[in-house]
Design a binder for this molecule. Sequence first.
Ligand SMILES: [Zn+2]
Length: 333
Amino acid sequence: MTDTRLPSPIAPTVPFDRDGVHHGFLRLPYSRDDSAWGSIMIPLTVVRNGDGPTALLTGGNHGDEYEGPIVLFDLARTLAAEHVRGRVIIVPAMNYPAFQAATRTSPIDRGNMNRTFPGRPDGTVTEKIADYFQRTLLPMADIVLDFHSGGRTLDFIPFAAAHVLPDKAQEERSFAAVAAFGAPYALRMVEIDARGMYDSAAEEMGKIFVTTELGGGGTSSARTVSIARRGVLNVLRHAGIVPGPVEAAPTQWLDMPGDDSFLFAEQAGLLEPCVDLQAAVAAGQVLARIHTMDRTGAAPVELRARRDGILIARHFPGLVKPGDCVAVIGVPA
Ligand SMILES: [Zn+2]
């Protein structure tokens, strides 16, 4: 159990409550072999102009997902205080050690940031970062935008998403922000395991929370970066923090009705995709085949869709292991 009386060891090097553009760090003490009394310096920008709503913008929750860090480092550099009403807090690479290592989880403690909330002030490095977001940054925010992509092991059609929530008014506000983002697809999301997620932490505080999956494969593309760039400005306009109308873009809404949206590998092998992302699929259709790597003459295992829809995500590397997520189906609304 977290001792919430303990202060966070993280210290911001810039103020949150002063007007202007402030570039600095969240400094997390981390004494180690190569740096006695050293710190992890997590880049942070705070842009404030008077009273108004606060947006908290994050990338690099997983370290190998790049659209978020690209557009947020860019936004931090270019967003002028006079273009803002209220406050924008930008952390382009939330799990900074993972981002530096280009890995999903932290190389220090293997921490998956999005399974670590609410974190601990006296825990691992990843737990300390989560705790700082939980107790300091999230409470400041009115609207939270957290960028994800598929990382090295998944590839997605580009979508913004919010969760189906018990509080329908909060859900509606979140879906309105997703619509404003203006990605080609918008997803009403149900998680396979929501415990420990940053998303859930924000939603339990009643915040408007928008997430994305914009591509994947451990890289980015001109198309997905441009979607992210338009999306972040649209969310800030929607929140009334940046002036001007939301730049409208056609969006196809999708649902994820349940577990039958997901297909998992049950054996290792060589993955043959049989349909590509965005394709319409029917229940029973073969989405992928897994070929044995050990011998010739063996029939591949076929993975069949369990429902109609479109292919919204697929396993990215050419080889699979038992338990790997091979395909995800979304259902056009
Ligand atoms: Zn992610």
